[in-house]
Design a protein around this ligand. Structure first.
Ligand SMILES: Cc1cc2nc3c(=O)[nH]c(=O)nc-3n(C[C@H](O)[C@H](O)[C@H](O)COP(=O)(O)OP(=O)(O)OC[C@H]3O[C@@H](n4cnc5c(N)ncnc54)[C@H](O)[C@@H]3O)c2cc1C
Length: 510
């Protein structure tokens, strides 16, 4: 009698060796999962809707300028190093990673500036300069954010969270670390100055959370940055995406762009491959979706019944805010502007409420400005600067008509930059491109045009988030911002680690 291998048992119609995996989407989560499965001997095909890999880390090239579309800050390079190690290489063989310090400068609306650094002595000096009464609170905060990091990131981020028991096990730590508090309340325990509270608590906005509702666990980011540093890959995020694609191809895997998945195929109640919009089908032993969770469950499952992530549940979930992003090149340089700058507006709570609750487009904004040419001249022609500026805005549940408002909004953002950090900006712009929430919805197929998938609130985190091993369909796994642990490059790279562990467990029959 023929011995039935584990892979044949997982998909009896596909008795090929090596086993096959299809990854839907080539964001960092999808690419990392592909490398990990390739290292396990899977024959991997990554299918991507867009004309190039990277997802939110897509690269626009225009008039001699290079614009990283999305992520700009690399905070946990060891997670990348692990992927290179799996392929018998070192990250430095392919990527020139540079440490950025100071990490960023914050410009408050009252004109005060704060330089954030990985150097604790320099940070203490900065806090002492702007709010000496907060120095003792700062010391306590440093200690506590380290404890939160050790538990919530180092221990739990790459652990599977699909079993209720894992959650129950984590509850005592959650109570001890006050994970049920929101970030702003937690930070207010340590700092009296409003500027300090804003400085210390703004991080969650960078991964889609409202400081007023996001679990205080996200205070860990302060420690993550200090421990591992803030980095930039020379050549931009595109260089990192290219490096990952090189690893996958080196393993014999394939990346297919302009290949949108229309449906996940199901046989014997198990994912058995995908059908592309072109009608072509690809068989697989496992399917890993890096597409937005709202799209995966709302659109890719065909008639397959869903127990948990029904259309109603998706509708009632809280989706992160969206972003307005303006990429622009100038025919001159601003050498006093750092690589990363936050230009905060006059309002804090009011702005959060406009974005997350009222879903209203404010006339004032808090901006993040990226100037890669501060580190890397290759991102623009000689003597020029390449920039992007982003403003958090409501997702598409709001009634803003971006087709009408985008240009007016861009002009208001440009005016604010000219008044604050880029005097004379308007006369110097030589190339320009915008992304609005409509692009997040239509290009990246993101539910409601959310920039960071599901909001990272307590009851949408860990076990409550869509599981990495799908609770709806055997043989389907989820990586990326919408699953555990959540958005941000460290988050999505960790989600690939979780998926890799779960697939290995399933193959071993556990
Ligand atoms: C403007 C911006 C700035 C950011 N800055 C930072 C930062 O500095 N540092 C940081 O750590 N994080 C940052 N983030 C967050 C981080 O970029 C994301 O959380 C992360 O890159 C998301 O990766 P992902 O694996 O979820 O995949 P995504 O990047 O979301 O990619 C998913 C891919 O799936 C494809 N796809 C979707 N549906 C289908 C389908 N049906 N068929 C085929 N393909 C499909 C999409 O086209 C896309 O390419 C930023 C995000 C944005 C938007």
């Amino acid at each position: 009698m023929k011995n039935v291998s584990t892979d044949e048992r997982l998909n009896p119609d596909l008795n090929s060796a090596p086993p096959r995996a299809v990854v839907i989407g080539s964001g960092f989560g999808g690419l990392a999962a592909a490398v990990r499965l390739g290292a396990r001997g899977y024959r991997v095909t990554v299918v991507e809707k867009l004309d190039a890999p990277g997802g939110r880390a897509y690269v626009y090239k225009q008039d001699g300028f290079v614009f990283d579309a999305g992520p700009t800050i690399i905070t946990a390079p060891y997670l990348l190093e692990e992927l290179w190690t799996l392929c018998g290489r070192r990250l430095s063989d392919d990527i020139d990673l540079r440490r950025i310090d100071p990490f960023y400068e914050i410009l408050f609306d009252d004109g005060q500036r704060l330089s954030c650094s990985g150097n604790l002595e320099k940070m203490r000096a900065e806090i002492k300069r702007i709010a000496p009464q907060d120095l003792a609170g700062f010391e306590r905060y440093i200690r506590d954010s380290e404890t939160i990091y050790e538990v919530a990131f180092a221990e739990l981020a790459d652990q599977p969270f699909h079993e209720l028991g894992t959650l129950v096990h984590a509850v005592p730590d959650m109570i001890r670390l006050q994970g049920y508090h929101n970030v702003y309340d937690k930070v207010s325990d340590y700092f009296k100055s409003e500027n300090d509270c804003r400085n210390i608590s703004f991080h969650p906005l960078l991964i889609g959370g409202n400081q007023r509702t996001k679990t205080a666990y996200y205070c860990l980011i302060a420690h993550l940055e200090r421990l591992h540093g803030v980095h930039y890959a020379m050549g931009g995020m595109g260089a990192l995406v290219k490096g990952l694609v090189g690893l996958i191809e080196g393993q014999g895997g394939t990346i297919r762009c302009n290949a949108q998945v229309d449906q996940i195929l199901v046989k014997n109640n198990r994912a058995s491959g995908v059908r592309l919009v072109s009608g072509e089908t690809l068989d697989a032993n496992v399917v890993i979706s890096n597409a937005d969770v709202g799209w995966t469950y709302g659109r890719l499952m065909g008639d397959h019944p869903r127990k948990r992530w029904t259309d109603r549940k998706l509708e009632k979930s809280r989706w992160s805010m969206s972003l307005f992003v303006w990429y622009f090149g100038t025919n001159r340089q601003w050498n006093d502007v750092l690589h990363h700058t936050m230009v905060l507006g006059p309002r804090y709570e009011g702005l959060l409420s406009d974005i997350f609750t009222k879903k209203h487009l404010s006339q004032d904004f808090s901006l993040y400005l990226h100037r890669p040419t501060a580190t890397d001249p290759s991102m623009a022609p000689p003597g020029c600067d390449s920039f992007y500026v982003l403003a958090p805005v409501p997702h598409l549940e709001s009634d803003v008509d971006w087709k009408v408002h985008a240009e007016t909004y861009r002009q208001a953002v440009a005016k604010r930059l000219a008044q604050t950090v880029l005097p004379g900006l308007e006369q110097s712009i030589v190339t320009s491109h915008m992304l609005t929430p409509i692009d997040f919805q239509e290009r990246l197929l993101s539910y409601r045009g959310a920039a960071f998938s599901l909001e990272p609130q307590l009851f949408q985190s860990a076990w409550f988030r869509p599981h990495n091993r799908s609770e709806e369909l055997d043989g389907l796994y989820l990586v990326g911002a919408g699953t555990h642990p959540g958005a941000g490059i460290p988050g999505v790279l960790s989600s690939a680690k979780v998926v890799d562990k779960l697939i290995a467990l399933e193959r071993s029959g556990v």
